[in-house]
Design a binder for this molecule. Structure first.
Ligand SMILES: [Mn+2]
Length: 243
C-alpha cells in the first residue's frame, strides 16, 4: 500500500523503481498518484490488481474529473480498479473506497477553513490552471461519501473491512507537522463514528507516515511525497495483513 507518488513530477520514472512488489494479493493506492491516464498505464502490468482512489491532485490536473467525477467502481484497464464510493471484494474481505475530501470543520470553524482553502487554491495555482474544486463543491462530495460510507459500513460482512481514502479520517493524522490552524481542516475530518466500523483505514494526503490505532481501527498512511521533499519514512514494499 502507498500514496502520494506524485508521478506528474516524476515523469519517466518507472513505478517499479518507486514501489517493490511484496507478495500481497492487491496493491492499494490512496490518491495523489498522478494523472489518471498515466496511473493506468504505469500499473497496467503490476503483478496483482491495483485498487486506487483519486486524490485532490488528480482533480487539480483534470477538467473532466471536476465536471464529471467518477462514481462506483471503474476498471481503468484490466488491472487498475478506480473506486469512488465503490467496493472491491474478494468474496470475504472488502475494500471500500473514495477520495473523501473534508468537511472543513475539524476545529469547528468551517467558514474560516473554507476561506483559507480558497486562498490556498488560488495561491497554489500561481498563474497556472488548476481544476481543484471549490470548497463548496468538495464539501458536497464529502457528505455524499460520508453518507455512502455510513450505509455500506453498516452492512454485515464475513471478512475484514478496509477503508481506502485520500483525505484523513481523524485529527491524529495531522499531529506530526501541521500546527493546528484552520487549514488543517482541509486535510482531515472527525470521522470517529466510521472508524468504529472499519478494521483498517488507509489514507494519503499528509506527506508523513502514520500507523496508529483508534479503538478497533488501525489507521495507516505510507506516502512517498513530492520530489523536492520526499518522505524519508516511506516503505516501498509495505504490506498490511488482514488477520
Ligand atoms: Mn500529495
Amino acid at each position: 500500500m502507498a500514496s502520494d507518488l506524485h508521478l506528474e513530477s516524476r515523469r519517466g520514472e518507472c513505478v517499479s523503481n518507486l514501489l517493490r512488489y511484496n507478495g500481497a494479493t492487491a496493491l492499494l493506492l490512496a490518491g495523489d498518484i498522478g494523472p489518471t491516464a498515466l496511473v493506468a498505464k504505469a500499473f497496467e502490468r503490476w503483478p496483482v490488481p491495483v485498487i486506487y482512489v483519486l486524490g485532490n491532485h488528480e482533480y487539480a490536473m483534470s477538467a473532466k474529473l471536476q465536471t464529471a467525477p467518477p462514481s462506483g467502481e471503474k476498471w481503468l484497464n484490466r488491472n487498475v480498479l478506480l473506486l469512488e464510493n465503490g467496493v472491491a471484494s474478494d468474496g470475504n474481505n472488502r475494500i471500500v473506497g473514495c477520495c473523501l475530501w473534508t468537511d472543513f470543520d475539524l476545529l469547528g470553524q468551517q467558514a474560516h477553513a473554507m476561506e483559507l482553502a480558497k486562498g490556498e487554491i488560488a495561491g497554489g495555482a500561481r498563474g497556472r490552471r488548476t481544476h481543484t474544486p471549490a470548497p463548496e463543491t468538495s464539501l458536497g462530495w464529502h457528505f455524499s461519501s460520508v453518507n455512502w460510507l455510513t450505509e455500506v459500513l453498516s452492512t454485515a460482512t464475513t471478512g475484514r473491512t478496509v477503508t481506502l481514502s485520500h483525505h484523513a479520517p481523524h485529527r491524529r493524522s495531522l499531529v506530526q507537522y501541521r500546527n493546528h490552524s484552520n487549514f488543517d481542516a482541509a486535510f482531515a475530518s472527525n470521522l470517529t463514528r466510521l472508524l468504529r466500523k472499519t478494521d483498517i483505514w488507509i489514507h494519503g494526503h499528509l506527506h508523513h507516515s502514520l500507523d496508529y490505532q483508534v479503538g478497533r481501527c488501525r489507521v495507516l498512511c505510507n506516502p512517498l511525497g513530492s520530489v523536492g521533499r520526499p518522505n524519508g519514512q516511506f516503505i516501498p514494499n509495505l504490506i498490511v495483513l488482514l488477520v
